[in-house]
Design a protein around this ligand. Sequence first.
Ligand SMILES: [Zn+2]
Length: 289
Amino acid sequence: MTVHQVGAHSYYVEGLLEEASRANEGFIANAGFVITSDGVVVFDSLGSPALADQLIAEIRKRTDQPIRRVIISHFHADHFYGIPAFRRIGAKIWVDTHAHAYLNSRAAVERLTERKQLIGRWLGPGFNLPKPDRWLDKPEAFDMGGVHFSLRRVGPAHSPEDLTMLVEPDGVLYSGDVVYSGRVPFIGEADTRQWLLAIDQLLTIPARVMVPGHGPASLDPRRDSQLTRDYLIFLREQMGEAARNLVPFREAYGKVDWSRFKAEPAFGAANRRNAYNVYLEMEQESLSP
Ligand SMILES: [Zn+2]
């Protein structure tokens, strides 16, 4: 786990550009931390308590300040399964209130079963879906040790509960999975129309550096969000046309020329499922007035 510093107070670790596997122990997402003179704020908790413990050890190499708060960008396994490790050391966990829906969903139970099989060793015995200490129902800003944090709700986009965090004076924006840099995104149940709008909204935030949910930090957020944007637009066009013309998914998928995205990391693992989810979404859109 390599720590990158992106501002006077701001750091992040970068997960691998892969889907979760036993080999990568579920370390496939980024997490950030911000060290102030009055405590540490963490952004996302990684994909297991074991990974979170490694992140805590990295923070401890740099400061003795207490880790007070963990902001979770959204409730996907690779970002929030590390919560118990932070709770054990007294941090308070904040998440947008829309994550309620996920915690009560079948998708959450299925994902938990899958991850227990895959990386159960690192989740630990008795692991269950971790819950936050505080549900946010509006945008939030706070100061800690002379650093200003603003949390912005940008969902529904990649998920219903997407939160971003801007750190000033560092000018560092932690964007969560609204932007994936250097790999094909995971779409899941996302509302891709809203997601595209959220990327535009994100780009209006005056940031010097953007730390995405996956992939390296960016000094040019517009350029580095282009892959996510182009991919979503392409899927919406291709699957939208198929859905409108009542072409079955399997046939439509086989006809698309994917060469533009084929070489991108995670394409093989994620593309077909992404396309299917967008196909269903476009069917819905074509039926609604
Ligand atoms: Zn996600």
